[in-house]
Design a protein around this ligand. Structure first.
Ligand code: PEP
Ligand code: MG
Length: 595
């Protein structure tokens, strides 16, 4: 290993992360790339939370609520520990899994729990402060012990205390952010990404997480470089150390050498220049070489993103993820507050269509910091429209807000996670109910508002013709369609290599959905991240799609890809891809790296 300007052995990458040079630094780590871009900045390592908790006095009426928050967080951490223990046992054996059992035992220790509960009920302090106090006390006792085993347990106690607090607060609660930083964390949840301060985080590096988790999608839509599945990162970097990262290749260099740092800085400048050049394509029409028009819309999660979409020349908003609005606000907004956001989006794109999707919570998205339903398999559980049909109060509130926005411009209602015609019918009936409520009050709305179903579950793709005949449009959500077709959790780093949108089975379901919509004479769009990957554009156009919706940061590349398509070549390409035997064969056809 060559000596480095740091005067110590330097870790070297394999060269692919740095272009022409081999990246060098104290550690060169690799992970799954999820959002392209270069960042060089100090790291903020999520995890030093115990000293930063705000102690808040509470009165007697708050004790019950604080105790419930504590118990919920403990239940969640127990579930996570069990999951981690099983995984580590499978991968590394019982020895390594024992640590999780130790952590579970700490969580189950009655004297510790009683002390925390006592701080809440008698000490009258908030739950997280009570956990921090007891954790620090116990860790201090253990670390002053003569017994080496007990001294070692001090670390475990702190670790578990932090985890419980993190579950109560979310990741940003203790992030100092005095300057822009690269966030290093075990895992980022969608709620953490949604509530982050824009412009202050230059990149994400996490130990866990999958390419199509909502945290990853948000990172892409914010144009923030991100990589996931970086094993051991938390032990390799400290807060304040410089990290140079390449989110497009999945390389992070901790404490880079002067040469490597300069190289990454140059890459960042080149990238900014390239982005600038690419931006000129936005002024050109979205049309293939042979003149086929393709509508190119934007996926947004806030009024601000809708305004950006308008500036970038999007043909409208193909997907407004309403849950992102609620997640940023950390609560379910009332009708008026929702209406303001939706109207803002509608006015931002002035006359172009806006598809507002009803709340899609569950899976990896929650309005609070955690999943309130405590399911073992939340993606197959109480999620999205299943929740909303059970909660007519929430659904009617949201429908009324959307309907009111439809008086200000062309609005479409999009229903997520439809798995059957019955669910669509039920949602439509609720929409009619919301219309009647507004009519009674004399409130204006578009009587002909269009309603569409998302195709993101294989069952919906199989009956797309019947769904299309009972609604006004379809929109394919490949992020979930891939997950549910291949049984690959979109948020898991362990199976992310199996998450392949170009698997022939997925293509068959997309083709079937396009045919289903055509047979009913209804339009169909595709709003999953697949459309934001330029290599898939010829294939998707060849399959018959004529409308895409992608995040703002992907608009230029997607438009360029559309303008490069020749329908005469795209159609046979799609035929060949659908008939292929393996995802690798399709990958080779499309020229995908590593297939
Ligand atoms: C999808 O599943 O492809 C989609 C667009 O919805 P989301 O990513 O929000 O689940
Ligand atoms: Mg989805």
């Amino acid at each position: 290993m060559p000596s480095s300007p740091h005067g110590r052995g330097a870790a070297r990458g394999d060269g692919s992360g740095g272009g022409q040079i081999v990246p060098e630094g104290r550690a060169v780590l690799r992970g799954t790339p999820v959002s392209p871009g270069i960042a060089v900045a100090p790291a903020f390592v999520f995890g030093d939370i115990l000293d930063e908790i705000e102690v808040r006095g509470i009165d007697a009426s708050e004790v019950e609520g604080e105790t419930a928050r504590l118990r919920d967080a403990i239940t969640l951490v127990k579930q996570e520990l069990l999951r981690d223990a099983k995984q580590v046992f499978r991968d590394l054996g019982q020895d390594k899994a024992d640590i999780f059992l130790v952590h579970s035992m700490i969580l189950e220790d009655k004297s510790v729990l009683d002390a925390i509960l006592d701080s809440i009920s008698s000490g009258h302090i908030n739950a997280e402060a009570a956990v921090a106090k007891e954790t620090k006390r116990l860790a201090a006792v253990l670390s002053s012990s003569d017994d080496r085993y007990l001294r070692d347990r001090a670390y475990d106690v702190s670790d578990i205390g932090k985890r419980v607090i993190e579950r109560m607060l979310g990741v940003w609660a203790h992030c100092p952010l005095s300057q822009p930083m690269i966030l290093v964390a075990r895992e980022l949840r969608a709620s953490d990404t949604a509530s982050m301060e824009r412009g202050r985080i230059l990149g994400f590096v996490t130990e866990l997480g999958g390419t199509e988790s909502h945290a990853a999608i948000l990172a892409r839509s914010l144009g923030v470089p991100a990589m996931v599945g970086v094993k051991g990162i938390l032990d390799r970097v400290r807060t304040g150390e410089i990290v140079a990262m390449d989110g497009g290749r999945g390389v992070a260099v901790v404490d880079p050498t002067a040469d490597t740092r300069a190289h990454y800085e140059r890459m960042r400048e080149d990238e900014a220049r390239e982005r600038h050049e690419l931006a000129s394509v936005l002024e050109l029409p979205s049309v293939t070489r042979d003149g086929t028009e393709i509508a190119l819309m934007s996926n947004v999660g806030s009024g601000e993103e809708a305004r950006q979409a308008a500036l970038l020349g999007a043909d409208g908003i193909g997907l407004l993820r309403s849950e992102m609005v609620f997640m940023s606000a950390k609560l379910f907004l009332d009708e008026d507050a929702q209406f303001e956001v939706y109207r803002g989006a509608v006015e931002a794109v002035a006359g172009k269509p806006v598809s507002i999707r009803t709340l899609d919570v569950g899976g990896d998205k929650f309005v609070g910091p955690e999943n309130p339903f405590h399911e073992h398999n939340p993606n197959l559980g109480y999620r999205s429209t299943r929740v909303m049909l059970d909660r007519p109060d929430l659904l009617l509130t949201q429908f009324r807000a959307i309907l009111r926005a439809s008086a200000h411009g062309p609005v479409r209602v999009l229903i997520p996670m439809i798995s059957s015609v019955e669910e669509l019918r039920e949602a439509k009936a609720r929409l009619e109910e919301a219309k009647s409520q507004l009519r009674l009050k004399g409130v204006a709305f578009d009587e002909d508002i269009k309603i569409g179903a998302m195709i993101e579950i294989p069952s919906a793709a199989m009956v797309a013709d019947r769904l299309a005949s009972e609604c006004d449009f379809l929109s394919i959500g490949t992020n979930d369609l891939v997950q549910y077709t291949l049984a690959v959790d979109r948020g898991s780093s362990y199976v992310s290599r199996l998450y392949r949108p170009h698997d022939p089975s997925v293509l068959a379901l997309i083709a079937r959905s396009v045919e289903g919509a055509a047979s009913a004479g209804k339009p169909i769009s595709l709003c999953g991240e697949m459309a934001g990957t330029p290599a898939y554009i010829p294939l998707l156009i060849g399959l018959g799609l004529r409308e895409f919706s992608v995040s703002n940061s992907r608009l230029p590349r997607t438009k360029k890809a559309i303008r490069d398509v020749d329908l005469g070549l795209a159609v046979p390409l799609a035929d060949e891809a659908v008939a292929a035997r393996t995802a690798a064969d399709v990958g080779a056809l499309l020229g995908l790296d590593g297939n």
